[in-house]
Structure formats: structure tokens, C-alpha cells
Design a protein around this ligand. Structure first.
Ligand code: HEM
Length: 209
């Protein structure tokens, strides 16, 4: 049962990673020269909204986020209970990194960020139909120092969570063969760094533009 839960945790996590890659790529449009960025970002988001396939993928993504949180809570509880029974002396500090021991805490920070983020854009687009100039909405938000700080700060727990999460997902799925350990570990760190730095740079560039 725990294997099933961990597999589900890994698969939903990897799906979210693909979403994040696409989301970051789309948001890089914001870094184009101003008028080009406005036209392309607004055209891109309008095209997504009218696309049935993208709508289905979006709902799968929401489900993955919710299941990922649900199974993360269960797996952490089960692991904690097992550790209490197995070890009299807990040497987890010696065997694992700070990140691997604090995945739930990092995930909780990311969840708080996503809640704020959905209220900033998704809620306004979906329920208030404020979708005529999404580019301007993003620029206006990042000109507020509080949100600039929140978006830049959120990149840190996100990067750390991904750097351990991707590696761990490969391990759970049995793809962590001895031959490829180094390669997968490097790939996880590279993906996490690009994603974290990418999402952090966008608000800063827009703030100073
Ligand atoms: C520079 C940083 C970011 C910008 C400018 C940005 C922008 C946006 C915008 C404009 C939307 C609404 C799109 C629409 O409904 O048409 C959106 C949706 C969303 N964003 Fe972000 N985002 C950023 C970072 C992030 C990060 C770091 C995460 C996850 C940790 C994230 C997760 C999501 C999710 C889950 C949605 C809902 C997607 C959907 O409805 O399909 N975003 N983002």
C-alpha cells in the first residue's frame, strides 16, 4: 500500500513538474520587449482559454496538486510512525539533507504561495472575467513591493522542494539505477535551479522595467 501511495506521489509530482516547465516557458514571454510581450502574452493566454485539450490538462493538473498534497501527508505520517518504531537513536541528520527532511514544510510554503497566486490571477480571470489585458495585470502586481517579495521568496522553497522531489520520484519509480544516479541527481538540481531562478527573475525584471 505504501508503495502505491509513493508511486502516486511521484507520478503526480512529475506531472506538476511538466506543468511548471510549460508555465515557466509561457511566462518567459513577459521578458520580451514591452509591446511584443503584451501582444504575445495576451494572445497566448486567450488561446489557452479557448482550447478544450488545455482545459482538460488544467483540471488534471489541479487534481494532481490536490492528490500530491494528500499522499504527501499520508506518506510522511507513515514514515514518521515507522521511524519511531525502528530507531532508538534517530540519526536522520547524518543520513539525509535538510531539504529531504523538510519536504512537507517546503510543500506547505509552496501551497500558501499557490493560494495567493490563484487569488492574484486565476480567480480574477475565471470568476471576474478580468482577462482583457493579463500582461498589464501581471506587471501591476509585480510593481507592488509586497508581491514582488512574495514571488521572489517563493522561488526558494520551490527550488529546494524540486531538487529533492525530482530525484526522489525517479527513485520511487525504480529509475534510479546505479549507472545513472549521478546523472539523475544533477538533472534534478539543474531542473530545480532553472525553475526557481526563472520564476524569481521574471518579477524582478518586470519591477525594474
Ligand atoms: C513569475 C511567476 C509567475 C507568473 C507571472 C504566473 C502567472 C500566472 C497567470 C497569469 C495565471 C492565470 C492564467 C489564466 O488563468 O489564464 C497563472 C496560473 C497558474 N499558475 Fe502561475 N505564474 C507564476 C508562477 C507560478 C508558480 C511558481 C507556480 C507553482 C508553484 C504557479 C502555478 C500556477 C497554477 C497552478 C495556475 C493555474 C493554471 C491553470 O488554471 O491552468 N505559477 N499563473
Amino acid at each position: 500500500m505504501i508503495i502505491f501511495r509513493k508511486t502516486f506521489l511521484a507520478l503526480t509530482g512529475l506531472f506538476i513538474c511538466f506543468f511548471l516547465m510549460a508555465h515557466l516557458g509561457a511566462n518567459f514571454l513577459l521578458l520580451l520587449p514591452e509591446e511584443k510581450a503584451r501582444t504575445m502574452y495576451n494572445a497566448y493566454s486567450a488561446a489557452l482559454r479557448g482550447n478544450f485539450f488545455i482545459t482538460v490538462v488544467a483540471y488534471v493538473n489541479y487534481a494532481c496538486i490536490l492528490f500530491h498534497i494528500f499522499y504527501a501527508l499520508i506518506v510522511t505520517r507513515v514514515n514518521q510512525a515507522a521511524r519511531k518504531v525502528k530507531y532508538i537513536v534517530n540519526k536522520s541528520n547524518e543520513n539525509s539533507s535538510w531539504t529531504s527532511q523538510n519536504m512537507l514544510f517546503l510543500g506547505a510554503l509552496i501551497f500558501c504561495f499557490i493560494a495567493i497566486h490563484m487569488a492574484n490571477f486565476w480567480f480574477k480571470v475565471k470568476f471576474r472575467h478580468q482577462d482583457d489585458d493579463l500582461y498589464q495585470m501581471v506587471v501591476d502586481l509585480f510593481h507592488q513591493p509586497l508581491y514582488l517579495f512574495i514571488y521572489v521568496f517563493a522561488a526558494l522553497p520551490l527550488g529546494l522542494h524540486l531538487s529533492h522531489g525530482v530525484k526522489s520520484a525517479f527513485k520511487t519509480l525504480g529509475l534510479y539505477h546505479k549507472k545513472y544516479i549521478r546523472w539523475i541527481a544533477d538533472l534534478s538540481v539543474f531542473y530545480a535551479a532553472v525553475t526557481g531562478l526563472g520564476f524569481a527573475i521574471i518579477p524582478v525584471v518586470l519591477y525594474f522595467r
